[in-house]
Design a protein around this ligand. Structure first.
Ligand code: NAP
Length: 308
């Protein structure tokens, strides 16, 4: 399968778009990379970083003649991008996205994609808490999953071609229904971010513990939540609004389980608490075994007297 494209248009050049640009260039996956972003400032920065071969603030201009279009913008902007590019898409082109929610992106984009253009929604499960074109780096997608949520009637050849593209970036590709994707991601990604945003917000609101104490003693657990809670506010606002049902369902389950733990603590039911903590420890081990994290203590943070 030929993984090289003549022209790839990257619509949005933040953390994900710029990481794609680095890898497309490094791996020679396109003869030409066209970069589009809405603001002149971000476009200038992308150009300074040498992320593409051509640069424009017009998404419509960027997709002209492109055989692969990758949309990497906050999910709430998907419809406006689809509307803007629709009339300029080349027949036979593949249009994909990287959005963290899928049913909503499909509802926003699919109606605008002309017949003869292959729309294949996707989501790479890779990222950091940073955003913007400076945040991207080569190898972000290496050994990470990329989930496709194909719509009915998707062309098999286009699907295979896009799969080969992500595999060339080092990703493992899975396919599932968009609704199922949104449920799975609600528990493995969206809920953890909400818990982190909430706990950091709670600490910020406390009256009896000072902010300087929270910061000073943060290494005892709090610090690990702050990484997630530093994630891009626009992106995560959009995720909350565009995966509303699945997130609300998972939050309800979470609140019930928290009430169970609360009750066990209140009544001194140590066996229940111990059983839960033993079960969760095993999950961490499975994640390490699946190669989705390293086994180093404290997430591999260096400690001052640690032997090299
Ligand atoms: P980012 O670093 O904040 O970059 C966002 C890009 O989208 C910029 O080029 C920005 O343009 C553009 N943009 C922002 N608002 C827009 C709007 N209303 N209309 C058109 N363009 C707009 O974001 P990112 O982290 O790369 O995330 C991009 C997508 O990837 C999101 O859908 C997110 O859900 C998904 N994703 C993110 C991660 C992650 O860890 N960050 C992981 C997997 C998937 P300007 O700067 O020119 O305004």
């Amino acid at each position: 399968m030929n993984v090289q494209f003549d022209r790839i248009a990257l619509i949005g050049i933040g953390l994900i778009g710029s990481s794609l640009a680095h890898d497309i260039r490094r791996l020679g996956l396109a003869r030409e990379i066209v970069v589009a972003t809405r603001s002149a400032d971000t476009l200038k920065r992308a150009e300074e970083l040498g992320l593409g071969d051509r640069y424009t603030t017009s998404s419509a201009d960027a997709v002209e003649g492109a055989d692969l279009v990758i949309v990497s913008v906050p999910v709430g902007a998907s419809e406006s991008v689809a509307k803007e590019i629709a009339a300029s898409l080349k027949p036979g082109a593949i249009v994909t996205d990287v959005g963290s929610t899928k049913a909503s992106v499909i509802a926003q984009m699919q109606p605008h994609i002309p017949a003869g253009v292959h729309f294949i929604p996707g989501h790479p499960l890779a990222g950091t808490e940073k955003s913007g074109p400076d945040a991207g780096f080569p190898g972000l997608f290496e050994s990470r999953w990329c989930i496709f949520t194909p719509v009915a009637g998707t062309d098999e050849t286009a699907l295979k071609r896009l799969r080969s593209f992500w595999e060339a970036l080092g990703s493992k590709v899975d396919e599932m229904d968009a609704q199922h994707h949104d449920k799975v991601l609600a528990i493995v990604s969206h809920l953890p971010h909400l818990i982190a945003y909430n706990i950091v917000g709670t600490a910020d609101d406390l009256e009896t513990v000072t902010e300087s104490e929270v910061i000073k003693y943060s290494a005892s657990g709090f610090r690990d939540f702050t990484r997630l809670a530093a994630s891009d506010p626009t992106m995560w606002r959009d995720v909350c609004l565009h995966n509303r049902d699945a997130i609300l369902e998972m939050l309800a389950r979470f609140s019930e389980d928290l009430a169970y733990l609360q009750r066990a603590i209140r009544w001194g039911e140590g066996d229940k608490i111990f059983e839960l903590f033993t079960r969760t420890r095993a999950i961490r081990r499975s994640i390490v075994q699946a190669g989705q994290d390293v086994d180093a203590p404290d997430f591999g943070r260096p400690h001052p007297l640690e032997k090299k």
